[in-house]
Design a binder for this molecule. Structure first.
Ligand SMILES: [Zn+2]
Length: 183
């Protein structure tokens, strides 16, 4: 009898878990974009950088960013080596996008490349960055962009240290450093 009830439970469980789950379709006209709202809230709390939307006009970016930040993030510029504020920074913390506050690189992956630009062997998460083929200036390079606001951050090269062998060569001006809170 016990065996029978056990079998019944098993069958019921199987039916429950194998039944197709109906996924509600996204109705963008009704549902507010909560992710965006969250980002806005975070941005409003933090005055160090002005975060916000994925899409902004050039005029808006110009108002938000400093001229140096604008030239790098929106104009794909490159700062002079050994001039940025983070190439020699050895403090523990997180580097976020100067345009939107998206977490990009951790000090745990920062290394001394000798190039004069902050260098990392991996991003905080692959989803937080985007890459694109860049053929400007007569070179074939891989551009690194912020996955949230599309800002230009720098380039990634395949001559980094293990374990990734990658070198994310990033402009200091594209980053804002968030020092790790003392524990
Ligand atoms: Zn960004």
């Amino acid at each position: 009898m016990k065996l029978f009830s056990f079998a019944v439970i098993l069958i019921v469980l199987f039916m429950v878990f194998s039944s197709p789950i109906s996924v509600p379709k996204k109705s963008s006209n009704i549902k507010p974009d909560t992710t965006m709202q969250k980002r806005k809230q975070i941005a409003q709390k933090d005055s160090e950088y002005v975060c916000v939307k994925i899409e902004r006009s050039d005029e808006e970016w110009q108002k938000i960013l400093s001229p140096d930040q604008y030239a790098i993030l929106r104009g794909k510029g490159t700062e002079m080596p050994f001039t940025g504020k983070y190439y020699n920074n050895k403090e523990a913390g997180i580097y976020v996008c100067a345009g939107c506050g998206n977490e990009l690189f951790s000090s745990d992956t920062k290394f001394e490349s000798g190039t004069g630009w902050p260098s990392f062997f991996a991003p905080v998460s692959k989803e937080n960055i985007a890459t694109e083929r860049d053929t400007s200036h007569g070179m074939i390079r891989t551009e690194v962009l912020c996955a949230v606001c599309g800002a230009h951050l720098g380039h990634v090269f395949e001559d980094g240290p293990p374990p990734s062998r990658l070198r994310f060569c990033i402009n200091s001006g594209a980053l804002v450093f968030k020092k790790k809170a003392a524990q």
